[in-house]
Write a protein that binds this ligand. Structure first.
Ligand code: ZN
Length: 192
């Protein structure tokens, strides 16, 4: 296990260096030299991967299982590098600030295609485990779910959200429904 993680850390460092070289040049490469990259044997349950002044921690269980650095992890790594490159990021941000700096980190991650943007939007809105999002079949998870079940699930999520808040986001409700339906097609409505 330890060797697998060490090997992933090396691959991440190489990937980070290539990314910084192409997108940002030497000052950024210099800055990253002082930041340690750590791979841990866990799934990312809502924000386990993180960047601090000293290091970047990446939840890399999906890569251990895959035996290689996956595309999802590369994207997360670029996002965390985005936090490191974000000079204005405060140590203890207010909630609003935190959202702003999440956006900045995503901008600095230089998203390359529709799939990566889809991932970003979903991750910002729901903080759902990236592995689940992969299972959702992004960029078109809805293709994996029967439309009538998705309608039923979305309706249930809208009702659930309406109970605790006056702000109901139908788009978000649909995404929650997708996550639950991927794991269990009967989650909301049986025999539909
Ligand atoms: Zn972030």
């Amino acid at each position: 296990m330890k060797t697998a993680l060490t090997s992933l850390e090396q691959q991440m460092r190489r990937y980070a260096k290539r990314f910084l070289k192409t997108e940002y040049g030497s000052p950024a490469i210099e800055k990253m030299k002082t930041i340690e990259i750590k791979a841990i044997d866990a799934y990312d349950f809502g924000g386990l991967s993180e960047a601090t002044e000293k290091d970047i921690t990446i939840a890399a269980k999906r890569d251990v299982n895959a035996g290689k650095l996956t595309g999802t992890t590369k994207l997360i790594l670029r996002h965390e590098i985005g936090h490191v490159l974000d000079e204005g990021s405060p140590m203890f941000p207010e909630f609003e600030e935190e959202l702003l700096h999440e956006e900045i980190a995503w901008q600095k991650a230089k998203l390359r295609n529709g799939a990566e943007n889809w991932y970003k939007n979903l991750s910002v809105r729901t903080h759902v485990d990236p592995l689940k999002m992969q299972a959702l079949g992004f960029p078109r998870p809805e293709l994996k779910i029967k439309p009538e079940r998705l309608r039923c699930g979305t309706k249930a999520e809208v009702e659930r959200m309406g109970k605790s808040s006056v702000f109901v986001d139908t788009y978000l409700a649909e995404r929650f429904a997708m996550v639950n339906l991927i794991e269990n097609p009967d989650y909301y409505c049986k025999n539909s």
